[in-house]
Design a protein around this ligand. Structure first.
Ligand code: PLP
Length: 351
């Protein structure tokens, strides 16, 4: 009955309880009280017994404004995970594969496995950048849809823009997953998505303060968004999500932008300081996290947990030997992480 799922494992995330959680690429800052009060009042008055607006009309207006597109350019999902799954479910001929580079965000692979689609995984180079030869090899396998997370998770770097466009130009339906674009200085793909038939963008509010409400958006040309929206499950965006999204992404923008600014500054500070450690390699990042490679990933992970700090151990994934991903926290959390890392590194002679 469930043969396709035999080789799948339940989605696993780091849940070890720790005082300082730098493991899930969330916004570390709480929403301010005045914004929570507004949300509470609005939630209190919700007609809980009714289905929500199936088209999320008001929320789409707010998001369209935020992304500088039209509401008709949007398809909304219960997190961008749902949109990834939707795209993999509906894209093209089922005998043709889904392509994506590795290492990257695992949901492309998970969704492809769930629906039983073939996959073409191709490696990034030693700096985690796309390589044209590898893309050409993947394209030769006749994929129907390509995913590029840029900035990429878990590596943190943005991909070569021309190679993403090269993939789209080859005719493959191209998805640029911009979950971390708010932390990047690089140009986004909105302009391209609005003019091309085979390039769409994914965005999420999970990294900018609203991971709890599960809200993602796909940005595409009006006709493309219209087609994709036909496959969306009705009422996938709950009433509380619609209301909270509307309030925070209109009245809370100044607050969110403040968080983003601090996170970027903290990232650069931490990267610079850790770069001085002789046996730790730090990779540059355009995201709200960064990757480090150390002599013993499991050991560092465990020693940090003992000090109450949780980061994401990537050591066991392909191409990620002894790599760990550190999400940027509040300044005091980042300082605590740095102090702990320095102490452990001194003990282990990594400095
Ligand atoms: C590249 C990338 N895309 C999508 C997502 C999923 O985001 P959401 O919370 O909107 O489902 C993540 C979450 O970590 C991510 O790293």
């Amino acid at each position: 009955m469930f043969q396709r799922l035999n080789n799948l494992k339940p989605y696993k995330t780091e849940t070890t309880p720790c005082k300082i959680k730098l493991s899930s690429n969330e916004d570390p800052f709480e929403l301010p009280l005045w914004l929570r009060d507004k949300i509470s009042k609005a939630i209190k008055n919700l007609p809980f017994q009714r289905y929500p607006d199936p088209h999320s009309t008001k929320l789409k207006e707010v998001l369209a404004n935020f992304y500088n597109v039209k509401p008709e350019n949007l398809v909304l999902g219960n997190g961008s995970d749902e949109l990834i799954h939707l795209l993999i479910t509906i894209a093209g001929d089922y005998n043709k594969p889904v392509m994506y580079p590795v290492p990257t965000f695992p949901m492309y692979q998970v969704s492809a496995d769930i629906v039983g689609r073939k996959k073409v995984e191709f490696p990034l180079d030693e700096n985690f950048q796309l390589k044209k030869e590898k893309i050409d090899e993947a394209l030769n396998k006749n994929p129907v849809i390509a995913f590029f997370a840029s900035p990429n998770n878990p590596t943190g770097n943005s991909f070569d823009r021309d190679l993403i466009l090269y993939t789209a130009d080859s005719g493959v339906f191209t998805v640029v997953d911009e979950a971390y674009i708010h932390f990047s200085e690089k140009k986004d793909f909105v302009e391209e998505a609005l003019k091309r038939d085979n390039l769409v963008i994914l965005r999420t509010v999970s990294k900018i303060g609203l991971a709890s409400i599960r809200l993602g958006a796909l940005i595409a040309k009006e006709e493309i968004a219209y087609e994709i929206d036909k496959a969306r499950l009705p009422f996938n965006i709950t009433y509380p999500t619609q209301i909270i999204g509307e309030i925070v992404l209109s009245e809370g923008l100044e607050e969110i932008n403040k968080h983003i600014k601090i996170i970027k500054l903290e990232r650069e500070k931490l990267i610079k300081k850790i770069s001085e450690f002789k046996k730790i390699k730090v990779f540059p990042s355009d995201a709200n996290f960064f990757l480090i490679k150390v002599p013993d990933g499991d050991l560092l992970h465990q020693k940090l947990i003992e000090k109450g700090i949780l980061i994401r151990n990537m050591s066991h994934l392909p191409y990620m030997e002894n790599c760990l991903r550190v999400s940027i926290g509040k300044p005091e959390e980042n300082s605590a992480f740095f102090r702990a890392l320095k102490q452990i590194s001194q003990e282990l002679d990594w400095i």
